[in-house]
Design a protein around this ligand. Structure first.
Ligand code: AMP
Ligand code: MG
Length: 486
């Protein structure tokens, strides 16, 4: 069955300086937990392949067809601001690439398929809990229009994996146009392997940045595009209230996509200083620090390019981050509030005013936006107040904001609501929601994983059977903080 499946090689062609070939360590008694039909179609696969035993064997590392050489790649990176000279794929194996119907390549990676030379005494495994989180959240960000890796399927096994407690093992097959990270460039720069660095940069520029091929200095063009792509991704994170949790440079993608889902969290109440990672005691990766950290991470990439591009030009490219971030963020926030394109100063003031109200009143970020989207402009302010204001606090501030807002948007009614309903999700993967799917899966019921997968792929549509997960979280489940353990 792998015969008609054409596997292409991309990263493999760079040669062994960049990776080690690794035979996966098989999981015992593997079983499917979920397959992603929508993504299968997108990457040019007939979802019927999942019915073939060969796919389960591949996913669980039991049998790899001879057309595939799994590799673990080497990288380094800055973790919590400090340089770690040797990281690398400690539990991920790159299999090769699929080509979709548009000729676009998708790298396939198994995560959790056993130790590699880069495992650093860890077990090379991933637990079911964190695998479900990664599997679902990638699809959710995709559904929200945020650049991200995705996952084609999820396989479980009764094999025990020791974390804080003993959990069961799983493997996710991740898909991305590229799994190259900032840390790949950092590794070759900091080991002073200029030839390997140069070849890797050329590979990245040619494959992922065709738009700069004719630039006077394509490497500068690449960096400038990377800065803009990353700033745009960050604008989406901030506008959709999503916190990554571990923004180390090895967890940042060279194509600007979201990668490596660990202790991430969507905001519940709007708390700009929210830290979703229990291990992040300094709050380095707090929600409101994310754009600044992304900028810092990009500076580390810029550093690796200093032999190829004059520093002032790199600096000028890096300096575009803020402008790009601000304009992309502003554009998404205007959609979320249904603001007309005219009069930017008023739009800015209304966005600021709304966020202040949300913060001061601790309103739920997603639920409140959605209520606003559903509210007609001719509703008296009391109508909306009754919906979103639990206490008598700040009623006047809200009334004033509503008057300004409804006046500014007058005449846009139909268009305003269509725009807003397509920009404010009905459902997001809050941590407590993920946990319900995990608890059910650990008890052998995978139906909620599958239902959430489908709903999160179209998060702006109402999914009546999941109403419970649309509502604000139960108080005991709000603003959950997770550990890095995965
Ligand atoms: P992360 O914090 O998940 O981005 O991982 C940081 C580094 O640790 C990367 O090199 C990972 O491949 C490696 N790593 C994380 N968990 C494991 C594990 N269970 N086994 C082997 N390597 C791991
Ligand atoms: Mg990582």
């Amino acid at each position: 069955m792998f015969q008609p499946l054409k596997i292409h090689q991309g990263f493999h062609t760079l040669g062994p300086a960049y990776y080690s070939a690794v035979t996966p360590t098989p999981l015992s008694n593997p079983h499917w937990i979920s397959t992603n039909t929508a993504l299968a179609h997108q990457v040019g696969l007939d979802p019927k392949v999942f019915d073939k035993p060969e796919w389960l064997s591949l996913m669980s590392g039991q049998a790899v067809p001879n057309t595939i050489t799994p590799i673990a790649t080497v990288y380094s990176g800055h973790q919590f601001g400090f340089y770690n000279p040797q990281l690398g794929d400690g539990r991920a194996l790159l299999l090769g690439e699929l080509e979709d119907h548009n000729g676009k390549r998708w790298e396939m990676q198994l995560k959790g398929a056993g130790p590699t030379p880069f495992s650093r005494h860890a077990d090379g495994r991933a637990v079911l809990r964190s695998s479900i989180r990664e599997y679902l959240c990638g699809e959710n960000l995709f559904g929200l229009g945020i650049p991200t890796t995705r996952a084609l399927g999820l396989v479980g096994s009764p094999d025990p994996v020791l974390r804080e407690s003993t959990e069961s093992a799983a493997v996710v097959m991740r898909m991305s146009h590229s799994f190259v990270r900032f840390g790949h460039l950092e590794y070759f720069y900091h080991t002073k392997n200029n030839a390997a660095l140069s070849a890797l940069i050329d590979y990245v520029v040619e494959r992922y940045y065709p738009e700069v091929a004719k630039d006077p200095n394509p490497i500068l063009g690449f960096f400038s595009s990377l800065v803009k792509r990353t700033a745009t991704t960050l604008a989406h994170w901030q506008a959709q209230g999503w916190c990554h949790g571990v923004m180390n440079t090895d967890n940042f993608s060279i194509i600007g996509d979201t990668i490596d889902y660990g202790p991430f969290g969507f905001l519940d109440n709007f708390d700009p200083a929210f830290v979703c990672n229990h291990s992040d005691t300094q709050g380095r990766y707090a929600f409101n620090q994310q754009p600044g950290i992304a900028h810092w991470n990009l500076a580390q990439v810029g550093q690796t390019l200093t032999d190829f591009v004059p520093v002032p030009e790199l600096q000028a490219a890096l300096d575009q981050f803020e402008g790009q971030f601000e304009s992309a963020y502003h554009q998404i926030m205007c959609q979320k509030l249904g603001l007309p394109p005219a009069d930017e100063a008023v739009n800015h003031a209304l966005i600021r005013g709304w966020l202040e109200l949300m913060q001061r009143n601790q309103w739920d970020y997603h639920w409140t936006f959605r209520r606003l989207a559903e509210t007609h402009l001719d509703t008296p302010p009391t109508g909306l107040q009754a919906l979103i204001i639990d206490t008598d606090n700040n009623v006047e501030a809200f009334d004033q904001w509503w008057r300004d807002y409804s006046q500014h948007c007058a005449g846009l009614q139909g268009n305003r609501q269509d725009t807003m309903l397509a920009a404010n999700p009905w459902i997001v993967l809050r941590n407590w929601v993920a946990q319900e799917a995990i608890d059910a899966a650990e008890a052998g019921d995978f139906s909620l994983v599958q239902q959430l997968l489908v709903a999160l792929q179209s998060p702006f549509e109402p999914h009546a059977h999941l109403q419970k997960y649309h509502d604000r979280p139960p108080a005991s489940q709000a603003a959950l903080v997770l550990s890095c353990s995965s």
